[in-house]
Design a protein around this ligand. Sequence first.
Ligand SMILES: Nc1ncnc2c1ncn2[C@@H]1O[C@H](COP(=O)(O)OP(=O)(O)OP(=O)(O)O)[C@@H](O)[C@H]1O
Length: 601
Amino acid sequence: VDEGTRKSLVQFMNKLAPQREPGWGWNLSSDPCADLWKGVTCSSPSQTVKKIVLEGLELSGILDCDSLCSVKTISVLSLNDNNVSAVIPEEIAKCKRLTHLYLRSNKFSGKLPKGLSRLNNLKRLDLSGNDFTGELPDLARISGMLSFLAQDNRLEGGLPEFDFANFDEFNVSNNELVGPIPDVQGRFGVASFSGNPGLCGTPLPNVCPPAAPPKKKGGFSLKRFLVYSGYILLGLLIIVLLVAFKLSRRAKRKEDCRKNVKSGTASEVSNSRSNNKSNRTSNSSTINTRGNRSEYSITSMESGMTSSSLVVMDNRLVKKGLRFEDLLRAPAELLGRGKHGSLYKVMLGDRLLLAVKRVRDWRISKEEFRSRMEKIDRAKHPKVLPALALYCSNEEKLLVYEYQPSGSLFTLLHGNRDSQTFDWGSRLSVAVSIAEALAVMHESLLVDGIAHGNLKSTNILFDRDMELWISEYGLMPVDDQDPAYTPNNRNSSGRSGIFSADIFGFGVILLELLTGKMVQNNGYDLATWVQSAVREEWTVEVFDPTLTSEGASEERMVNLLQVALKCINPSAEERPSMSLVAAMVSKIKEDDERSLTWSEA
Ligand SMILES: Nc1ncnc2c1ncn2[C@@H]1O[C@H](COP(=O)(O)OP(=O)(O)OP(=O)(O)O)[C@@H](O)[C@H]1O
């Protein structure tokens, strides 16, 4: 473990337990992993600190998050049953990798930091048996939480709208909370909420008072009358125009349809991506073909699908009452035909745009498929695009995702984006986001053996706010013909080949980010080219010229290239784990940011 990490850990412990037993380690002359510091767990091959568990040790200092959170690899902190006091500092927000935070039965006090709600990877949080006051931060924005325990404090204010469907533990009893209890979906009883005289609604026996009627607005004025009549007239005009437009479109469609039927065939339009240029023909009844776009309804894909096999996982779609028939009837546009299936853009109602993936040739029973998708859904990582619904019969598998309007990493790198450049800092951020998300997913789904299975730049999507999403996680069986996959081998950390294939995929994404070059043949061409370039010692020539002309640090590009080369190591067993990769990439980004701050200063 490097010296910086050791220093930070010792500082953290100095604040927590200034007097401690010498046998614990926790000093600068020893190593937390090699010398087995008290309560420290490291990941075995990479020797990075993963967990700190210091329970029931009469620790009576304070929590120094500044030092703790500078060790980026920590995912578990437990200080249960000690005497740690004062507040949880705002800097806790920097512990981005934390998945488990246990602070039960201590002497913490004061308000909870807002930064707690920025710990996007948090799954379990135990704050019970302290002296916390003030309102709860908006923890409901952490989408993957599984448990929240905060009983026996003095917390005030209302409860956030937690998504109780995912929780297996929840307790806020014996506090000073007020207001209605959100819908707990029958999962938690009175014991989870009792001892808060101001709380009301199910499951507590006291009914909430009716909401106060909205305040009456001021009296009627001529001005307001004129404004409202103006709006009404404008609304009517828009409706008339819309109806006229729809009627004329319908007439045109009928006309086109008649022409298509006459000509006897309808052409499907190929994937717009370069690797899939050939037009195919189909005997499906295509509704309408305009320019290089096709409109289908999904009905044309498949007959014999039954409504009963649609599983709707997203609350918004449950509320909308999504039925399988709605999906089948909606207009759909073919976006691509990849190795593993086709992707359709489907317009549901006026506003909701969906991406429906039809998976091809996957011999997995419908029960297995469903359970696999539910496990992925439960892992709920904020950067992994959740499936909104799924359909499975033994022959056919469909996955429904939200359509992401800002394209993929592939289009960002290789598309025609005019003057917009994708700079070095943004590329590093993308690399860190993907690596960190995959590290958490690999860890959560290690036992189930579910990796992404098809990691590539077309599966890294951006939403309207250019937030990154990893799409199609676990949707494919890993191709056992793929040399990146070594089915029976387990590497030294016990990971099966399926996870190593993801690490290879990530390595290729790093190469794309560094070289700006397109990938063909699953990334082997790019990997081989870069490997030979590095052997020939013309490393610098491999980098994307826009990066070099932007002045991106050559040293850090080389460092990132070295990480990429480790990931694409032909021997799957020698590839590093995803959490080690994430730590290496994050370190490069931190160095880059630090050097920027220096040069600005
Ligand atoms: N949810 C989505 N929203 C918007 N675009 C998407 C979405 N999912 C995929 N895409 C884009 O649609 C195109 C086609 O997707 P598809 O999954 O068929 O391609 P692929 O990833 O190359 O194939 P495969 O996954 O079968 O190997 C890709 O360019 C992809 O980036």
